[in-house]
Write a new protein. Structure first.
Length: 762
C-alpha cells in the first residue's frame, strides 16, 4: 500500500492533503502534456542566437558610419541581433537564412522639394545633404556586398552625387526606393539589368537628362520619377505597369500611343510638365485606370464627344492646359465617385468663369507647336538654312548690326494708342543665368541645395501675362494701396496664388540701369524669404526708352504674420516653445542669407514681427528686405522705399541684429512691442530673471508656453536676445553667433523633450 502524498500548507490553513491513485495519475498526465507542448513550442520557435553572417554584419556597421550615424541607426553594438530588431517607421531589417533581404532606412534630411517643419529641429537639417566627406561611389560599393537584398529603401538621408552604375550588382533586387535625396545626373542605364524589379521610386531628387530604356523590366509595376528634372521624351516602358508618376519634371513630348497598351495601369500622373499635342481619347477607358492627372501641361485640341470612360475612373485632372471644345458626357457625369478638374483651359460650357478665352489657347498652341509644313517647304527650309549659315559666316557682323537697328526702330515705333505700356520691353529684358556644368563630385552645388524651395524658376513676364494673372487688375483683387503703387492678388496657370506689386517709379530710369535691381531680385530666393518669382517692365508711352512702371511677382504666403499668431490667443496656443524656436531660427537664416548669401549683402532691412510671415507648415519667411540702390539715383530706394545710405555697412548690419532681438523679445514674452520704452521694460524683466532665479525668469515669459520648454533652452535664447539688444552696437553679436545660439537652444530642447520631460520643467 502506497504512502499518501502529504503537502505542508500551513500558510493557507491546510495541514495535510491526501490524493487517491486516480488523482495522482491525473496530475501526472496534466503535467506531462504541459511539458510536451512546451517542448514542441520551444522547438518551433526561432533560435535566439540566429545572426547575420559576419561579413553582412560588418557591412551594416560600415553603412552606419558612411551615413554619418543617422538617428535611425543609433544604439547598435557588437551584441545587436540585427535579424530581430523590432521594425520602426525609420528602420526595417529583414533576414532570411542568415542573409539580409530587406534594408529600409528613413532619415530626417530635408529633400529638394520639402522644407523642415516647426519643431523638427531645423538646426539638424541646416546641412541638408551629408557632409563633403561623403562619397556615393564607395557607399554603394559597400552596399552591394549585401547581394541577397530584395528590398533597398534609402529615404531622406541626404545622399548626394550621381547614382553609380554598380547598382546592377543587386541581382535579386525587387524594390528600389532612393527618394527624397539629392542625387543628380542621369539615371544609369544599368538599372534596366535588374530583371526582378517590381518597384522603382527615385522621386524628389535632382536627376536630369533622359530616362533609360526600361522596357525590358517586364516585372515592373511601379515607376515614380516625380519631382526631378528629367526629359524631354516620354520613357520607354513595359506594359505591366500599374503606377506611373512623372510629375514635376521637364518632359515636353506627346503622350505616346503605346500607353494605350498598359492594360493594368491604374495611376497615371504626368502633371506639371510640358507635354504637348492631343490627349489620346482611349486613355480614359483603359481597363484598369482609376486616377488620371494630366494638369499643368500644354495639351491641345478637343476631346471627342463620344469617348467612353472606365467605370472605375475616380479622378481626372486636365486643368491648366490648352484644351478647347466641350467636355465629353462621361466627364460631366454627376456620378458621386468621380472627380473631374478642368479649370483654366479654353473649354466652353460648364464653369466658364475659370476658363481662358478661346484665343488664349489658340495663340499658346501655335507657340508650342509650329504649323505642319509640306515636304517641298521643308526642303526649301533646309536649303535656306544652309545658305543662311554660309551668309552668316561671311557677314555676321553686318547682320547683327542690322538686327539691332531693326529692333530699336520697332521698339520706338510700336505704340498702342489704347495702352500706355510697351508690351515688347518685358520680353527683351532678361536676367542672366549661369548653367550648371562640371559638377564637383565632392559636393552638391549651392544652386541645387536651394532647389528645396519648390518654386518655379525666376522669369520675365509679359504685360499680357501680368494682366491675365490679376484678371486685368480687377479691383476685387486689390490687396492694398502703398506709397509707390498697388499690391494685387493673382493666380498662376497652375492655380497657385501670387502677389503682384505695381511700382510707379518716381524717376525716368533707363531699362539697362534698372537691370541692376533685377539682378538682385532674381537672387532673392530662399526658404526663409518671401521669394520673388519674376518681373515685368513697362515703358512710358511718351518716352519709350525710359521705364515708368515695374511689376514684381512675389510668392504668396498663406498663414499671415507672426504678429497675428501672437495677437490671437487661439493661434497663440499653436506656438509652443519648440515651434517658436524653429520660427526664430528661420528668421535668423533669412537674415543670414541677406547679409552673406548674395553679393553685395543686403543690410538695413527694417525687420518687424508683422513682416515675418508663416507658411502652411509655420516656417518663417521675411517679407521686407532692402534692395540696393541703382547707381546715380536718389537716396530713396526705387523698389523698397527705404534708405540704403546708412553710415556704413557695419552699422546697418548691427541695426538688423537689434531688430532681430526685438522680434526674439516678442516671441519669448508673447507681448507685442509698439515703443522703445516697452523694449527697455521687457529687457529689464528678462535681465532681472536671469540675475535672480530660474522661477523669476520663467515668470517673465509668455504664460501660454509654460511647461513646454527646458530651462537651459530658454536661458540660452534669453541671453542671445539680450546681447542683440545691447545699446552699444559694437557689442551686438554677428548673425552667425545668433544662429548658433538659437540652434543650441533648440538642440537642448529636443534632448529634454526626448527624455520625457513634457509636463515638468527643469
Amino acid at each position: 500500500m502506497m504512502t499518501p502524498i502529504s503537502f505542508s500548507c500551513s500558510r493557507i490553513g491546510i495541514s495535510t492533503l491526501k490524493l487517491s491513485f486516480a488523482q495522482r495519475m491525473e496530475i501526472f498526465w496534466v503535467s506531462f502534456r504541459f511539458f510536451y507542448h512546451a517542448l514542441i513550442l520551444a522547438m518551433l520557435a526561432p533560435i535566439s542566437i540566429a545572426q547575420l553572417t559576419r561579413s553582412e554584419t560588418r557591412v551594416l556597421f560600415q553603412v552606419q558610419k558612411l551615413l554619418e550615424y543617422p538617428e535611425a541607426l543609433q544604439g547598435w553594438t557588437n551584441w545587436t541581433n540585427f535579424c530581430f530588431l523590432p521594425p520602426s517607421p525609420s528602420l526595417r531589417i529583414v533576414c532570411s537564412n542568415n542573409h539580409l533581404t530587406e534594408l529600409s532606412i528613413v532619415g530626417n534630411k530635408s529633400s529638394p522639394s520639402h522644407s523642415p517643419k516647426p519643431g523638427s529641429g531645423e538646426f539638424a537639417v541646416s546641412q541638408q545633404t551629408l557632409s563633403e566627406r561623403f562619397s556615393i561611389d564607395p557607399f554603394f560599393t559597400v552596399l552591394t556586398k549585401l547581394s541577397n537584398l530584395e528590398v533597398l529603401s534609402l529615404v531622406s538621408l541626404g545622399l548626394w552625387g550621381p547614382l553609380p552604375a554598380k547598382i546592377k550588382r543587386f541581382w535579386s533586387l525587387e524594390v528600389l526606393n532612393i527618394s527624397s535625396n539629392f542625387l543628380y545626373g542621369e539615371i544609369p542605364s544599368s538599372v534596366a539589368s535588374l530583371k526582378s524589379l517590381r518597384s522603382v521610386v527615385l522621386a524628389d531628387n535632382l536627376f536630369n537628362g533622359s530616362v533609360p530604356d526600361l522596357e525590358s523590366l517586364v516585372a515592373l509595376q511601379e515607376l515614380n520619377l516625380g519631382d526631378n528634372h528629367l526629359g524631354p521624351e516620354f520613357p520607354s516602358l513595359g506594359n505591366n505597369l500599374v503606377t506611373i508618376i512623372l510629375s514635376n519634371n521637364s518632359f515636353r513630348s506627346q503622350i505616346p500611343s503605346k500607353v494605350m497598351n498598359f492594360a493594368q495601369l491604374r495611376h497615371f500622373d504626368i502633371s506639371s510638365n510640358k507635354f504637348q499635342g492631343p490627349i489620346p481619347s482611349s486613355l480614359f477607358s483603359l481597363p484598369s485606370i482609376q486616377n488620371l492627372s494630366l494638369s499643368e501641361n500644354q495639351l491641345t485640341g478637343a476631346l471627342p464627344v463620344n469617348i467612353p470612360c472606365n467605370d472605375e475612373l475616380e479622378l481626372v485632372d486636365i486643368s491648366n492646359n490648352l484644351l478647347i471644345g466641350k467636355l465629353p458626357p462621361c466627364l460631366v457625369s454627376k456620378s458621386s465617385n468621380r472627380t473631374v478638374l478642368y479649370s483654366w483651359n479654353c473649354l466652353s460650357g460648364g464653369n466658364s468663369n475659370y476658363q481662358h478665352p478661346f484665343t488664349f489657347c489658340h495663340r499658346e498652341a501655335l507657340a508650342v507647336k509650329p504649323p505642319i509644313r509640306s515636304k517641298e517647304q521643308k526642303s526649301s527650309i533646309k536649303l535656306g538654312l544652309v545658305l543662311g549659315i554660309i551668309g552668316g559666316v561671311v557677314a555676321i557682323a553686318g547682320i547683327l548690326g542690322l538686327l539691332i537697328l531693326v529692333i530699336v526702330r520697332r521698339a520706338a515705333g510700336r505704340r498702342d494708342e489704347d495702352n500706355k505700356f510697351d508690351r515688347s520691353v518685358g520680353d527683351k529684358m532678361s536676367v542672366r543665368g549661369t548653367p550648371i556644368s562640371n559638377i564637383d563630385a565632392r559636393r552638391v552645388p549651392q544652386t541645387m541645395r536651394l532647389a528645396a524651395l519648390g518654386l518655379p524658376p525666376y522669369r520675365v513676364f509679359t504685360m499680357e501675362e501680368i494682366e491675365d494673372l490679376t484678371n486685368n487688375f480687377d479691383p476685387s483683387n486689390l490687396m492694398r494701396e502703398e506709397c509707390q503703387g498697388q499690391l494685387y492678388k493673382g493666380w498662376l496657370r497652375d492655380g497657385s496664388v501670387i502677389l503682384v506689386k505695381c511700382l510707379k517709379l518716381k524717376q525716368k530710369i533707363l531699362p539697362q540701369s534698372l537691370m541692376q535691381h533685377i539682378e538682385v531680385l532674381s537672387q532673392l530666393r530662399h526658404r526663409h524669404l518671401v521669394s520673388i518669382l519674376g518681373h515685368c517692365i513697362a515703358t512710358n508711352q511718351d518716352r519709350p526708352n525710359t521705364v515708368s512702371t515695374a511689376f514684381i511677382v512675389f510668392e504668396h504666403v498663406p498663414n499671415g504674420s507672426l504678429r497675428n499668431y501672437l495677437n490671437d490667443w487661439r493661434k497663440k496656443e499653436m506656438l509652443k516653445w519648440p515651434q517658436r524656436m524653429a520660427i526664430t531660427i528661420g528668421v535668423a537664416r533669412g537674415v543670414q542669407f541677406l547679409h552673406t548669401g548674395i553679393a553685395p549683402g543686403i543690410f538695413g532691412n527694417k525687420l518687424k514681427i508683422e513682416n515675418v510671415l508663416l507658411d502652411k507648415s509655420l516656417a518663417a519667411k521675411i517679407s521686407s528686405y532692402n534692395i540696393p540702390l541703382l547707381s546715380k539715383v536718389d537716396t530713396e530706394s526705387i523698389l523698397s522705399g527705404q534708405d540704403n545710405h546708412l553710415s556704413s555697412t557695419g552699422t546697418a548690419e548691427k541695426q538688423d541684429i537689434y531688430q532681430l532681438g526685438v522680434i526674439l523679445l516678442e516671441v519669448i514674452t508673447g507681448k507685442l512691442i509698439t515703443s522703445a520704452s516697452e523694449v527697455n521694460d521687457l529687457k529689464h524683466q528678462l535681465e532681472d530673471g536671469l540675475a535672480e532665479s530660474a522661477s523669476e525668469l520663467r515668470a517673465a515669459v509668455d504664460p501660454s508656453i509654460q511647461g513646454s520648454f527646458a530651462y537651459q533652452s530658454l536661458k540660452t535664447a534669453v541671453e542671445i536676445t539680450l546681447n542683440c539688444l545691447s545699446k552699444d552696437s559694437s557689442k551686438r553679436p554677428s548673425i552667425e553667433d545668433v544662429l548658433w545660439n538659437l540652434q543650441y537652444s533648440i538642440q537642448v530642447q529636443e534632448g529634454w523633450t526626448s527624455s520625457g520631460n513634457l509636463s515638468t520643467q527643469m
